[in-house]
Design a protein around this ligand. Structure first.
Ligand SMILES: [Cu+2]
Length: 274
């Protein structure tokens, strides 16, 4: 029985370690400026935790076999444990976790607390059950007013985000269902939610942030590779959560300007039918 336990524990341990080493299920290639920092931190965390995991599970298997019941085994006695060992592994664990946190904090804080580049492109992202909308402030660089009283998710587009069309600053705001971003330019993101908490997650950018009703959360990041990437909602937000995804197209500055101008023209022609 002791031997069977040892083999079973070692088998589970080595099999689960294999999937991490072989990277069977892994992150997509990083496509944002902070991706390599986050990947390095991720790898370091996995290696350190992997060593602890292997050492703990392999010893567990060994000890289950080493102290198996035998005809010569003495009667069981109560053991208090070893205070010194407990103190040592608690301190080591604390050093490991606090150390990893301190190492990761600068990148995390930079995206949130440092201001975005002066030439950053402004995009507002609004999450609602179960879609994402993206708003660009237009030529004036100013977002028009929005109001929760005007929000009508069933109408989609501008009405869904509650745009106040009477506000002059709203006249050139463009609201779309697909996100376009210029490559190698920082994105000054404003995150909002209409109904419940959603989470804006772009795995390729290593970017994830909750969108909370009543809050306007500012963050920034910089896409570095032209391509098409998936946006997912990473917060269980209701029955349709599984289909709450979108696309972000990272294109050249020229293509971005063309795309935005076309959306702007589309909006103006819808507004003044003649
Ligand atoms: Cu959601």
């Amino acid at each position: 029985m002791g031997l069977a336990l040892l083999l079973l524990i070692w088998l589970i341990t080595l099999l689960s370690t294999y999937f991490f080493v072989a990277k069977t299920w892994w992150l997509p290639t990083g496509a944002a400026a902070a991706a390599h920092w986050i990947d390095n931190q991720f790898a370091l965390t996995f290696v350190l935790m992997g060593i602890v995991f292997l050492a703990a599970q392999l010893s567990l298997g060994y000890l289950a076999w080493r102290y198996r019941e035998q005809p010569s085994s003495p009667p069981v006695t109560y053991s208090h444990g070893n205070t010194k060992l407990e103190v040592i592994w608690t301190v080591l664990t604390a050093v490991l976790f606090i150390g990893l946190n301190l190492m990761g904090a600068p990148v995390w804080a930079h995206e949130r607390f440092a201001p975005a580049d002066a030439n950053a492109v402004q995009v507002e992202v609004t999450g609602m059950q179960f879609a994402w909308y993206f708003r660009y402030p237009g030529a004036d660089g100013k977002y028009g007013k929005t109001s929760f009283k005007l929000m009508d998710p069933s109408a989609g587009g501008e009405a869904a985000v509650g745009l106040d069309t009477a506000d002059p600053a709203a006249k050139d705001d463009v609201v779309t269902g697909t996100m376009y971003l210029p490559v190698d330019r920082e994105v000054d993101l404003s995150l909002r939610a209409v109904d419940v908490i959603h989470s804006f997650f772009v795995p390729a950018f290593r970017f994830k942030q909750d969108a909370v009703p009543g809050l306007n959360i500012h963050m920034h990041f910089k896409p570095t590779t032209i391509g098409e990437y998936e946006i997912a909602c990473a917060e269980l937000c209701g029955l349709g959560h599984y289909k709450m995804h979108g696309k972000v197209h990272v294109v050249s500055q020229e293509d971005f300007d063309k795309w935005l101008a076309a959306r702007e023209a589309e909006k103006q022609s819808n507004r003044d039918p003649c």
